[in-house]
Design a protein around this ligand. Structure first.
Ligand code: BDR
Ligand code: CA
Length: 360
């Protein structure tokens, strides 16, 4: 087997960030070096608490978790409890982790680890780009030191999910995104061999929603393992049952997924008209681990930092109209069915391995 890919995840956990952490923990082809936290879906301290708790649930309480920036570079923080629940993990409740947050700042961690392992680390950002922008100020050579950066963010040929123009991670800190894309443009002008960040926007992450039957597949794995059964993933208001005929195994990891996703499903039912969810973030981890999952196009990308209706819009020059050399690889296709299958299979296998059947 090839060597696992060393990853740093930068998260704002967040329901789909949690699904990404589970995927990374469940992936034998990933070496989870550290996780850095940024304020976004919920405030920074809550992000760190969620991240520690999810990693412990996934058997990875040993991974260093560092808190980075607790507010955007220039703007006040906006959070999204309406989307992710009061604490950011939907209806799920997890015990506080035994592990503590690192003494290092997440910003320093990114810079220090990149220097310690030049050319080896893949950084996957799943929240606002504040930590990476701040790390670039600490270590301007990051475009050269990192093996590759994968970004969840932006809406290129589609509408935003926060305003008609803007995707959430861009909307929280557009100046950070602007800085990053400029920094790579500058670095690439000096050395065209530097790897361009790979950016997965809503164009691909909203094409393959997770649905109740994916959770049911996960639950079946747990049931086969002999876990205790219950049916409490039914929707809270009872109007649209979450396939109540299929019981959920009493496996803590499956239980967490069901309780977290049920909140996300209800949010999407309200705003997007279907009972399911776009789980953007784990798709980006999956693409980082296996680039064959996504097709990309090299383009020049800029970010609108003004406050008008196009604020935080990611503007991609697909036609080459600006004449500016590409600074980003934008994902144009992603094999969503394959991703979902891998997510269910890997997380299911980890759930079985960590929480084996009760003797009784
Ligand atoms: C992004 O915004 C957040 O709410 C999600 O965690 C994801 O990273 C999708 O727009
Ligand atoms: Ca996120």
């Amino acid at each position: 087997m090839t060597q696992p890919l060393p990853l740093i995840l930068d998260v704002d956990t967040g329901i789909d960030d949690a699904m990404a952490l589970l995927y990374a923990a469940a992936s034998p082809d990933a070496e989870l070096v550290a996780v850095t936290c940024v304020a976004g879906n919920v405030p920074g301290e809550q992000v760190a608490a969620n991240t520690l708790a999810v990693l412990e649930l996934a058997g990875r309480g040993d991974v260093e978790v560092a808190l980075g920036r607790e507010s955007p570079l220039l703007r006040p923080l906006k959070t999204a409890e309406d989307t992710h629940g009061p604490r950011g993990i939907g209806y799920a409740v997890l015990p506080a982790a035994r592990a503590r947050v690192s003494a290092r700042s997440g910003v320093d961690l990114i810079a220090e680890e990149a220097r310690r392992r030049p050319g080896e680390l893949t950084l996957v950002t799943l929240g606002p780009l504040t930590n990476l922008a701040a790390a670039l100020q600490v270590e301007p050579r990051l475009p050269r030191l990192l093996r590759r950066v994968y970004v969840m963010g932006g809406a290129f040929r589609v509408q935003g999910n926060t305003t008609p123009a803007a995707e959430w991670n861009m909307q929280v800190d557009p100046e950070a995104a602007w800085m990053i894309y400029r920094a790579w443009a500058t670095a690439l002008a000096a050395d065209p061999t530097i790897p361009r960040p790979v950016v997965l926007g809503l164009d691909v992450t909203e094409r393959s929603p997770i649905r109740p039957d994916h959770v049911i597949r996960l639950a079946r794995l747990a049931r086969l393992a002999g876990g205790r059964l219950d049916d409490s993933i039914a929707r809270a208001d009872g109007n649209e049952p979450f396939l109540p005929a299929v019981p959920v195994a009493g496996n803590p990891m499956v239980r967490f997924v069901a309780d977290a996703l049920r909140f996300y499903f209800e949010f999407h039912a309200k705003w997007d008209g279907f009972y399911g969810a776009h789980i953007h973030d784990p798709m980006v981890v999956a693409a980082a681990l296996d680039p064959a999952l996504a097709r990309t196009q090299a383009v020049f990308v800029d970010v609108e930092t003004g406050s008008g209706p196009a604020g935080a819009m990611t503007v991609a020059d697909f036609r080459g109209l600006t004449g500016k050399p590409p600074n980003v690889e934008v994902a144009t296709e992603l094999d969503g069915a394959e991703f979902l299958d891998r997510w269910v299979t890997r997380v299911g296998a980890l759930a079985l391995a960590l929480y084996p059947p009760d003797a009784g």
